[in-house]
Design a protein around this ligand. Structure first.
Ligand SMILES: C[S@@+](CC[C@H](N)C(=O)[O-])C[C@H]1O[C@@H](n2cnc3c(N)ncnc32)[C@H](O)[C@@H]1O
Length: 203
């Protein structure tokens, strides 16, 4: 784990109680807005498995599990956030929570139909690796959804954060990893939403 990741882990361990109590709106409305946007866009999408990278206290999985009969995995660097997610998701079948790093996802290649990442990416000291790891664990035809703070509306990274992006620069990261970008827009002035499809290999 890098020094930057250690700072993230301690920071989120320290705020897990309050973060969970407010479904992520403790210090900003942005995580919940992005999670609700993702749930709305996936409402009519059928999928069998979804990984939420940087799942925090489990809000996104909790709403999706109420609407989709699928297997859900959540990964986070903060054990305290994962404890809160486990409490929130205790009654939801088919959920697996794992402590880990976005830069080295502990799953075999082609494990998931969908990978999401909400308001976590700006903490990663290895943006390209995080996107290529998402690509690796997605099945062919799988969907990656990345929603994060927007560099133009939110600004440069603050203490404990690593880098901020725009819908355009995040889309470039996805393309560089091999994704076909499907959606790229700003749900609010301070956030972006991009999604990319892992192409199917020609047979
Ligand atoms: C602002 S919270 C967002 C949580 C959740 N996605 C949501 O929308 O409510 C950011 C989360 O990213 C996690 N995180 C930060 N750096 C990480 C890394 N390198 N790998 C995995 N998770 C990380 C933090 O522990 C924290 O739970």
């Amino acid at each position: 784990m890098t020094d930057h990741e250690k700072v993230s882990k301690e920071h989120f361990d320290g705020m897990a109680e309050n973060y969970a109590a407010t479904d992520g709106t403790y210090y900003s409305p942005l995580p919940k807005i992005s999670c609700d946007e993702i749930a709305a866009r996936l409402a009519d999408v059928e999928f069998g498995s979804l990984l939420d990278v940087g799942c925090g206290s489990g809000y996104l999985i909790s709403i999706l599990a109420g609407e989709h009969d699928a297997l859900f995995s959540g990964l986070d660097i903060s054990p305290k956030m994962l404890e809160k997610a486990a409490e929130k998701l205790a009654s939801v079948p088919g959920v697996t929570l794992t402590e880990g790093r976005a830069g080295a996802l502990p799953y075999p290649a082609e494990s998931f139909d969908i990978v999401t990442c909400v308001m976590s990416f700006h903490h990663y000291p290895y943006p390209e690796t995080a996107v290529s790891e998402a690509y690796r664990v997605l099945r062919e035809g799988g969907l990656y959804i990345l929603s994060d703070v927007d560099r133009e509306g939110y600004g440069a990274p603050e203490e404990g954060e690593f880098a901020t992006y725009t819908a355009a620069s995040a889309s470039e990261l996805l393309r560089a990893a091999g994704f076909e970008v499907e959606e790229s827009f700003s749900p609010t002035e301070k956030s972006f939403y991009v999604s990319g499809r892992k192409p199917r290999r020609a047979s």
